[in-house]
Design a protein around this ligand. Structure first.
Ligand SMILES: [Mn+2]
Length: 333
């Protein structure tokens, strides 16, 4: 398997997307299931832009937005559904490697415009634009808004900013470029208040989440090399902490705040013997290579997959695969 073409893969163009949007009137905008800030922000920035042009827009999602985002305009109006019967003139799918990842049935009946920045996108659309160098899908939406000649209103700017802020982990991750800050600058000029947004997004969690973080970190395992942290949430622990499913969001990033830790694997129990596996790494450690072995995907430093079986066996298996990547990165650096 060759992966060389994936490092800076770009396919399709912003102009192609804008051209595909212009003649149409009725849109459905979807994103991946269990949406994050980039999914929600990209959907709503696009929705506000299209409405500015007088178009009709339905924003849909299989799952609700993360609760801290509900204070922002449009978020609580997102229609929660797992199937659509009417796809309008065009369906815009954000941030999804495939249509299956939306968790919404029926989208395939429509004319599909696919906008994404994830390595491994299957180019499932009638029109596709994949830009793996983008720090967030929201950056790409910003470009589409500009190409459509829509002014950067407060609502559009706010959602582009939320997309970038969350998907870069508050400007922590790779793919941040001068244009990332150019876009954010324009968002701030359009009225976005960074401190207020950060406070709403990051400092509005509940006590269940705090208890869950404490319990999970207390049970964290670090391998003998000191580089790899393993953390786990099963349903019993979540119940003990009175934590919801979303309360585990962001937990995976905490072990990385220790200088020694170069990679984290996070097992979250989805059902008996069923695990959601999230993976994070620093620098040149390619954690996506591990996720891909299990049919998952994402980015070099942030990826995920599903796995089933005995948790002790899964831990050993993932640690072995991740250690291979840690060693490969050591040899490269
Ligand atoms: Mn994203």
């Amino acid at each position: 398997m060759t992966m060389s073409a994936e490092t800076t893969a770009a396919a399709g163009t912003c102009a192609g997307v804008a051209e595909a949007i212009r003649p149409h009137q009725r849109f459905v905008i979807a994103a991946h299931m269990r949406p994050d800030g980039d999914a929600v922000g990209s959907q709503l920035a696009m929705a506000y832009a299209l409405r500015h042009l007088g178009k009709e827009v339905r924003v849909i999602s299989r799952d609700p937005a993360p609760p801290p985002l509900l204070v922002f305009p449009g978020v609580s109006d997102i229609e929660i559904t797992n199937r659509v019967d009417a796809t309008g003139d065009a369906v815009i799918v954000m941030e999804s490697s495939s249509l299956v990842r939306t968790g919404v049935a029926g989208l395939e009946q429509g004319f599909v415009i696919n906008i994404d920045h994830h390595v491994g996108n299957t180019m499932f659309g009638d029109v596709n634009w994949l830009e793996t160098s983008a720090a967030a899908c929201g950056e790409m939406v910003f470009d589409v808004v500009e190409a459509l000649g829509v002014p950067l209103t407060y609502e559009i700017a706010l959602h582009v900013y939320i997309a970038i802020l969350t998907d870069t982990g508050s400007f922590h991750y790779s793919n941040i470029a001068p244009r990332t800050f150019d876009i954010c600058r324009q968002c701030v000029l359009a009225g976005v208040q960074p401190s207020a947004v950060a406070s709403s997004v990051f400092d509005s969690c509940n006590m269940g989440r705090l208890r869950l973080f404490g319990a999970v970190l207390n049970q964290m395992q670090v391998d003998d090399s000191g580089r790899l942290a393993t953390i786990l949430v099963d349903q019993r622990l979540a119940a003990t902490c009175h934590a919801t499913d979303e309360d585990a969001d962001g937990l995976i990033n905490v072990p990385l705040t220790a200088k020694e830790i170069q990679a984290v694997v996070f097992f979250k129990e989805a059902g008996p013997g069923e695990w959601r596996v999230s993976l994070r790494s620093k620098g040149s450690v390619d954690i996506n290579a591990v996720a891909r072995e299990f049919g998952g995907g994402g980015h070099k430093n942030a990826s995920g997959c599903s796995a089933s079986g005995s948790i002790e066996e899964l831990k050993a298996l993932f640690r072995q695969k991740i250690t291979t990547q840690l060693d490969a990165a050591l040899r490269r650096d």
